[in-house]
Design a protein around this ligand. Structure first.
Ligand code: GRF
Length: 196
């Protein structure tokens, strides 16, 4: 299974996929890494010898033209699956339509709880005792696509946004690697992903 992974940040979830794919038994390869900005995680391209591309959101007049350029870059690699792993942009409908359902996203909350760009901060602010991580198939909504996998993590006393986010990311990495494995092995059909 060939993957293009899109990031905006440090790419710790991407690193998990790259490390997993170093095992010859793992049935997926990251063929390219894309970003909407000069993301720190692009350095993983050198480390793991994977091509990278950047489509700066700031260099486009609007979301649609950014999306069209991003889609053109993605399609050059003919991936079987596109993974949004910390991409902090909503994809325009044209891009979702072109890639769906082979387009998944990892979100640091137990959807439908706390969707959007600040799921960790919102959970902390809500004072909940547990939150989680979710893997979804991307549709045109905000974090409201079909759920492929999700699990709970506790919110602990004294948690800060970063300690909670680190705990969530540890789970996200496991869910993401497992989901790619399940998709590659045909155990998950993205057209009707089973709820875990
Ligand atoms: C992840 O928690 C992802 O769910 C969220 O942003 C974070 C990205 O972290 N959208 P990293 O760049 O993979 O370290």
């Amino acid at each position: 299974l060939s993957l293009v992974v899109l990031i905006s940040g440090g790419g710790s979830n991407l690193r998990a996929l790259l490390e997993a794919s170093e095992d010859a038994e793992f049935p997926a390869r990251v063929v390219a890494i894309g970003a909407d900005r000069d993301a720190d995680g692009l350095a993983l391209g050198e480390e793991f010898n994977v091509p990278t591309f950047t489509v700066p959101y700031s260099s486009h007049a609007d979301r649609e033209s950014w999306g069209d350029e991003l889609l053109a870059q993605i399609q050059q690699w003919q991936p079987d699956l596109v993974v949004l792993s910390g991409l902090m942009r909503l994809l325009p409908p044209r891009v979702v339509a072109a890639l769906s359902p082979n387009l998944i996203n990892t979100h640091p909350a137990y959807l439908p709880e706390f969707p959007g760009a600040h799921g960790v901060r919102d959970a902390l602010a809500a004072g909940v005792s547990q939150t989680g991580a979710s893997l979804i198939v991307v549709d045109n909504g905000v974090d409201d696509g079909p759920i492929i996998a999700q699990e709970r993590v506790p919110v602990l006393p004294g948690d800060t946004e970063s300690t909670l986010h680190e705990r969530i990311k540890t789970l996200e990495r496991r869910l993401l690697v497992q989901a790619v494995l399940d998709i590659a092995n045909g155990h998950v059909n993205l057209k009707e992903p089973s709820h875990t």
